[in-house]
Design a protein around this ligand. Structure first.
Ligand code: PGA
Ligand code: ZN
Length: 420
């Protein structure tokens, strides 16, 4: 039973307000949760509640969402006996009543849902990852970290349209080696950028934001950095992953990349050339969320060579993912708890993917707190992949460090991609 629920307005990594939730149970167990927030969001995401009062935080305050946790949600949940965290999530969905969490605020709902899952794990006396594995019925496994080392799009200033360029140490023998590879290549890349006369300022996820506009130029630099750090570029060493977040450079029915206007098919051609030239193994949001026909062709053209991963288009929604599976859109899904709003629905989205043979990557948001829930989620659900930004900046590193701790908690955990 929940005896006390309390939210407070704190800051995320982008100097914007978000919620911290504290939950206390009858027996005195106390847990916390911090709520993340995206910038390149899908239109069908669960709806965050922002105050809109221009006089505070440029309208970005979350006092109304905080008020909902401390008022309506606390009244509905405290003192009542729930059989499981899933039951609490269902009560939250019902209480909100909108289907999009717009009334109470997805930020309020997700904060409570994360805290409730943590409390349930604590009451069961299990680490969170082990508890989530039990609920989901999955084999836990340490995921391959995907380090976002060059930031563009809406996460950085400048003219680079593709949003994320990630290092994927697929060939690492274990998690600590993967983290080490990411960190060594990141620091080497900094030196390489400096030597080439580029600035080494950072974007929102801790990756560098050089003044380069062609994605191929960045990919060349990354291969050079991998090589220079003594690793092998490729799937048996360190591969690359892209999140162009193409919805952000959609211009009418075209895509604007480095000043060129491309059709869906021209952009797909461009990806094909990239895949042939560089060790890119995964492309997330290669096309926009309104371009389902393009997605079918993209999947058809590249789906047997790379992960064609849906983020903004799927928004961690089991119903949308089911539709995508039917229409052969993508072959893998990015998973973000706050896109759908509760842990229970997130586990459902993961199950739908698993049963259809869609690969899964658990993800942070560009606005983060030090909460490392997603590390436990990725391990517990055995999805094999995670992205949490650069191997630098506290809110990003918190997730990677938690993975290392989990690896120490249970040294028998396997590491790496799943085959199914
Ligand atoms: P967001 O970006 O958190 O700003 O939505 C992350 C992503 O697109 O994967
Ligand atoms: Zn994305």
């Amino acid at each position: 039973r929940i005896s006390h629920l309390h939210a407070v307005e704190i800051l995320d990594s982008r100097a914007r307000p978000t919620l911290a939730v504290t939950l206390t149970t009858d027996d005195g167990t106390r847990v916390h949760a911090g709520v993340p927030s995206g910038a390149s969001t899908g239109t069908r995401e669960a709806v965050e509640l922002r105050d809109g009062d221009r006089g505070r935080y440029h309208g970005q305050g979350v006092l109304a969402a905080v008020g909902h946790v401390n008022g309506e949600i606390a009244r509905a949940l405290t003192g009542r006996a729930f059989a499981s965290a899933a039951d609490v999530d269902r009560a939250l969905i019902e209480l909100d009543g909108t289907g999009t969490k717009a009334r109470l605020g997805a930020n309020a709902v997700v904060g409570v849902s994360l805290a409730v899952a943590r409390a349930e794990a604590a009451l069961a006396g299990r680490p969170l990852w082990a508890h989530l594995a039990r609920i989901a019925g999955t084999e836990p496994r340490l995921p391959v970290p995907h380090f976002n080392v060059v930031n563009g799009g809406v996460h950085a200033p400048g003219d680079l349209d593709f949003q994320e360029f990630m290092l994927a140490p697929l060939g690492a023998p274990g998690l600590p080696e993967a983290v080490r590879a990411g960190a060594e290549i990141y620091t080497g890349l900094k030196a390489l950028l400096s030597a080439g006369g580029h600035t080494t300022g950072l974007g929102d996820e801790g990756g560098f934001a050089p003044a380069v506009d062609r994605p191929e130029k960045v990919l060349e630099l990354l291969v050079e950095a991998i090589d220079a750090a003594g690793y092998r570029p490729g799937r048996d060493g360190v591969a690359l992953a892209l999140d162009p977040a193409a919805g952000e450079f959609r211009a009418g029915d075209r895509y604007r990349v480095a000043g060129e206007e491309l059709t869906s098919d021209q952009l797909i051609d461009r990806y094909e050339e990239i895949v042939e030239r560089f060790p890119v193994w995964s492309i997330e949001d290669g096309l926009a969320e309104d371009d389902w026909d393009g997605w079918v062709r993209l999947t058809d053209r590249l789906g047997d060579r790379v992960q064609v991963m849906g983020d903004d288009i799927f928004v961690t929604d089991p119903a949308v993912i089911t539709e995508a599976i039917d229409r052969r859109v993508g072959n893998s899904a990015l998973i973000k708890v706050n896109q759908i709003g509760t842990v229970t629905e997130t586990l459902e989205a993961l199950r739908v993917c698993r049963e259809a043979g869609y690969a899964r990557m658990v993800s942070h948001r560009s606005g983060e707190t030090e909460d490392a829930f997603i590390a436990d989620l990725a391990v517990g659900t055995g999805c094999g992949q995670i992205k949490s930004g650069a191997p630098a900046r506290g809110e990003r590193v918190a997730k990677y460090n938690r993975l290392i701790e989990i690896g120490e908690e249970d040294r028998a955990l396997p590491f790496g991609l799943t085959t199914g």
